[in-house]
Design a protein around this ligand. Structure first.
Ligand code: ADP
Ligand code: MG
Length: 248
């Protein structure tokens, strides 16, 4: 049976001055790999923050794993890598190992001890993102792309069922973007982790994603990636004002 992971029903959100989201309804199911597209300011990050419970909708309803978000307690099921995760400077005083280990606090509670096999868990999480040789390095001395992988490992160590990534490849060299996405695809396929990815790189990731949502305050399209491929360029231009390039 396919399980709903996220359900939004008529969700709107208003900042003081700005209506960021207007009457959004859509759902994500277990195992989906959803690419969330939209120009800057279209509400992508706001939508993710609503799903993460960091913001509360002005109106409408959100369910996580079938439960109203107000009643949902299993925060550790949801991993989040924010837009700014990869901006530690070279002086930041933490090793890769420490950063990844800190991903367990959500799971075990802030002041409880780490499990005895924590080193092994850290090693496995780093291996999943191809960073097992960097455990003792200082996080600030890694490239943006390497830091981003470490933050994904930090999310993975809590064994999330859903991973939410907000523009994770911003600042990653072009030649490393493809292998970064290959890693995400592997996590989705091998661990059945449901993925929500905010990205502008649909052309690179498109072979492996299952669904696309186009956002610009409202949802203009949400459906299978194959159906997205049949949307005309004119329609996309009308939604986005020539900002999204169609990909083949
Ligand atoms: P995106 O991630 O797609 O670039 P955001 O969700 O960050 O878009 O922003 C959507 C709209 O809400 C924009 O007009 C933005 O200026 C506004 N906005 C975002 N965050 C805040 C905030 N903390 N306070 C007020 N307005 C905000
Ligand atoms: Mg954003």
């Amino acid at each position: 049976m396919i399980k709903p992971i996220i359900q939004l029903q008529n969700v709107s959100f208003q900042y003081d001055e700005t209506q960021a989201l207007n009457n959004i309804s859509f759902h994500v199911q277990e195992g989906d790999f959803l690419a969330l597209l939209g120009p800057n300011g279209s509400g992508k990050s706001t939508l993710l923050k609503l799903i993460l419970g960091l913001l509360k909708p002005t109106s409408g309803e959100i369910k996580l794993f079938g439960e109203p978000i107000q009643a949902f307690k299993q925060r550790e099921w949801i991993g989040y890598v924010s837009q700014k995760s990869n901006s530690f400077n070279s002086g930041f005083p933490a090793t890769v190992e420490e950063v990844v280990r800190s991903g367990l606090t959500k799971k075990i509670g802030l002041f409880k001890r780490y499990p005895q096999n924590v080193k092994q868990l850290v090693g496995e999480a780093l291996q999943a993102v191809g960073m097992e040789n960097f455990a003792t390095r200082n996080i600030g001395q890694l490239s943006g792309g390497q830091q981003q992988r470490v933050f994904i490992a930090r999310a993975l160590i809590a064994e999330p069922k859903l991973l939410i990534l907000d523009e994770p490849t911003v600042g990653i060299d072009h030649e490393n973007v493809q292998s970064f996405y290959d890693m995400l695809v592997k996590l989705n396929e091998e661990r059945q982790i449901t993925m929500i990815l905010v990205t502008h790189d649909v052309d690179i990731v498109s072979e492996h994603i299952s669904h696309v949502a186009c956002l610009n305050k409202t949802i203009h399209f949400h459906g299978y990636k194959n159906d997205f491929d049949h949307i005309s360029q004119q329609k996309l231009d009308a939604w986005y004002g020539h900002k999204v390039r169609k990909i083949h």
